[in-house]
Design a protein around this ligand. Structure first.
Ligand SMILES: [Zn+2]
Ligand SMILES: [Zn+2]
Length: 125
């Protein structure tokens, strides 16, 4: 069998000093590759999206009916307003919790806005 003789020749070559070095380098490269895969994982983005899609997302909501604010879990595809956990009316819109006074108000459409209670500025940019 030609393959057997090729294999035994390869094995014999691995016993030579040059072959040993190549074997060590190849082994280290494989080890490094394995460590990389272990550390960074198999591109986690897709599974992360799947997880979020399955579990929904935690959002602050503010009820226009009873002015109740609460952090609830809503489905990714769920549209606002959602049902208020306090009064049961479908009046809960996306809310925002002020980092300063911790009160919850309706998230304004503007990117920059001030807390209606304590006037602390919020928003990106
Ligand atoms: Zn309510
Ligand atoms: Zn505030």
């Amino acid at each position: 069998m030609a393959q057997d003789s090729l294999l035994s020749r390869f094995r014999g070559w691995l016993q030579t000093p040059a072959g040993k070095w190549v074997g060590i380098v190849a082994g280290l490269a494989l080890l490094a590759l394995a460590v990389c895969i272990f550390v960074y994982g198999p591109s986690g983005t897709d599974t992360e999206i799947e997880r979020l899609r399955a579990g929904g997302r935690q959002v602050w909501v503010f009820c226009r009916n009873c002015e109740h604010g609460e952090q609830i879990r809503v489905g990714v595809d769920e549209a606002f307003p959602v049902i208020c956990p306090r009064c049961g009316q479908k009046q809960a819109v996306q809310g925002y919790r002020c980092r300063s006074c911790k009160r919850i108000f309706e998230l304004p459409a503007a990117r920059r806005f001030a807390c209606p209670y304590c006037n602390t500025p919020h928003g990106a940019g």
